[in-house]
Design a protein around this ligand. Structure first.
Ligand code: ZN
Length: 80
């Protein structure tokens, strides 16, 4: 995870930092992300912040459900 020190950013954390993946997603969308929105890395490499590797989930619940379903599906595929 790459952090950028941007204390004036509206979504900076308590250390004044913003995750690079969130900055890139904001740039792609042309707006700030909401506090509940989660940026997922499609290839699981959190250092790969190429816009094509990023997917936005509206909340962590949907992000977690995506990962759970992915694990269930992987189990199904390996057991066939
Ligand atoms: Zn994810």
């Amino acid at each position: 995870m790459i952090n950028h020190l941007m204390p004036d950013h509206p979504n900076a954390n308590c250390n004044g930092c913003v995750l690079e993946s969130r900055l890139i997603m904001e740039h792609e969308l042309g707006r700030y992300l909401g506090p509940l929105e989660v940026v997922h890395h499609i290839d699981r490499d959190v250092s790969n912040n190429n816009p094509e590797n990023l997917r936005l989930f509206e909340c962590n619940g949907k992000h977690s459900t995506f990962h759970l379903n992915e694990k269930r599906y992987a189990k199904y595929v390996t057991s066939v």
